[in-house]
Design a protein around this ligand. Structure first.
Ligand code: PMT
Length: 448
């Protein structure tokens, strides 16, 4: 049973300090909202972190990243490139990191600084990583302090790319990134969203908190609290064909499910993602993750087959996919034509099987089944509907997701009510989809 040991408010998000016993040890976690935050990772020792900052406007967000790492008690050494200093000046990096900052291989030569930081590092994070930086890293260039440090280190290296969408999608960047991944470099993001030129798309640097969590997770086995567990996560929207050209679908982008899968994999689980319709760029980070395998499903029937097969050996199943409740009863072999139409088209829809309820009814002993519920209700009605749906589906945990025209679907942030059988009125968990995904895993661990 969880033991409530305190309560904190984190930027408006509910954060309840709980500790719980698992596998014979007590784990402290910030439940519901803050999840196991940056401060929860590597809490037993200060990590020597080198933060490389390169020349992009997102450098201002890296100030927050350094701050997060310092707050969590780590020893942070910033190496800005000359271009990065055009965005954020050296005094800021020194003040925020509380360590001297140099940029040149000719500084502090007596201490062989051009390699010593890399040799001492437990972790190297490059944020933002511009297209130029990725190219330089792929080529192994060593004509500045960041370049020499990256070649001298054996520590895990994490890059957080930030650039315009066209640069991110350019074959040169794609090839450089593939080279870096092959060499074991970890990639966080980029996120999809508004960019500096007013344009929007993939290329926005991930949020500092997310980068910090991911990076620290690589150096601390203690946050591998899902290690040894086999997890299945469904994501994206199923599409039911009308004819060879058209379909009935929904607005799910797959972001929330992918975030759930990445959070589980980062915390040590072996994850199988069953992806219905999800854009390639949303799926990219999951496809590249060493602990994630992927299968695809178009229709609800295909999703059912793939998920049921994968669930046979899973410890935990999370159904984040937006599954079509109905399919078209007779799919036309040829494109429906308007010839001879009276101006209307009538489709008969028949109900699809409820995959989640089926999995819950047939769960193996020890298996945990988690559902999502997309609801447009609010307040008490949302809670009531959530309780009813949790009971009807028979799941261990239901993540009730308030959705609407502007929220829930497609966007980067989310708000969930995590309902287990004995939860009367839990506080909503809010934040990036990754953040709420971590809160969901904390809640799952409390149930197991
Ligand atoms: O993908 P994003 O753009 O990031 O958006 C995220 C999301 C809003 C899609 C996601 O967080 C979410 O809420 N997913 C569940 C959507 C949904 O199908 O809700 P529902 O209330 O209709 O279904 C409840 C549960 O039953 C879901 O777990 C669903 O996967 C499952 N279900 C539904 C119908 C069906 N025939 N079979 C099912 O298994």
């Amino acid at each position: 049973m969880p033991r409530v040991v305190g309560h904190a408010d984190d930027n408006g998000a509910h954060a309840e300090q709980v500790s719980f016993e698992r596998a014979g040890r007590t784990v402290d976690a910030e439940r519901a909202g803050a999840a196991i935050g940056v401060s929860g990772a590597c809490e037993n020792r200060a990590v020597f972190v080198v933060v490389g900052v390169t020349g992009g406007i997102a450098a201002y967000k890296t100030v927050q990243l350094v701050r997060e790492l310092i707050r969590a008690g780590h020893d942070v050494h910033v190496i800005p490139t000359d271009d990065a200093l055009r965005f954020v000046g050296l005094p800021t990096w020194e003040a925020i990191s509380r360590n001297p900052v140099t940029t040149s291989v000719h500084d502090d030569v007596a201490r062989v600084r051009h390699v010593s930081l890399g040799q001492r590092a437990d972790l190297v994070v490059v944020a933002p990583a511009t297209a130029n930086t990725l190219a330089r890293m792929a080529a192994g260039l060593a004509d500045d302090l960041l370049g020499t440090t990256l070649l001298a280190t054996t520590a895990p290296v994490v890059v957080a790319p930030a650039m315009h969408t066209e640069m991110w999608g350019h074959p040169a960047t794609v090839a450089n990134l593939a080279t870096l991944r092959e060499r074991g470099v970890h990639v966080v993001g980029p996120a999809d969203g508004e960019l500096t030129g007013g344009d929007s798309g993939p290329g926005r640097m991930s949020e500092p908190e997310e980068i910090a969590r991911f990076a620290l997770g690589l150096v601390d086995a203690d946050v591998r609290d899902l290690a040894g567990l086999r997890v299945v996560v469904t994501t994206g929207g199923t599409r039911e064909p009308i004819d060879p050209v058209r379909f009935v679908g929904n607005r799910s982008s797959g972001r929330q499910g992918v975030a759930v899968a990445l959070a589980a994999a980062d915390r040590g689980a072996d994850v199988h993602v069953v992806a219905a319709h999800v854009d390639a760029h949303v799926l990219a980070a999951a496809s590249a993750h060493p602990r994630i395998t992927l299968s695809r499903a178009g229709t609800t029937a295909e999703l059912q087959t793939a998920t049921t097969d994968a669930a046979a050996t899973a410890d935990i199943v999370v159904m984040a996919a937006a599954v079509a409740d109905y399919r078209v009863d007779r799919v036309a072999d040829r494109k429906l034509s308007k010839d001879g139409s009276d101006g209307t088209l009538t489709l008969t829809l028949v109900e699809n099987p409820d995959i989640l309820a089926g999995l819950a009814a047939e769960r193996r002993p020890g298996q945990t089944i988690v559902g999502f519920a997309a609801e447009t209700a609010t307040g008490d009605e949302l809670l009531e509907r959530g309780h009813r749906k949790r009971a009807r589906k028979g799941v261990d945990l239901l993540a009730v997701n308030e959705v609407g025209w502007q929220h829930g679907f497609e966007v980067e942030e989310n708000s969930l009510l995590l309902l287990a059988a004995d939860d009367d009125a839990p506080a909503p968990v809010r934040g990036t989809k990754r953040r709420v995904a971590d809160a969901l895993w904390d809640a799952v661990l409390l149930l197991r």
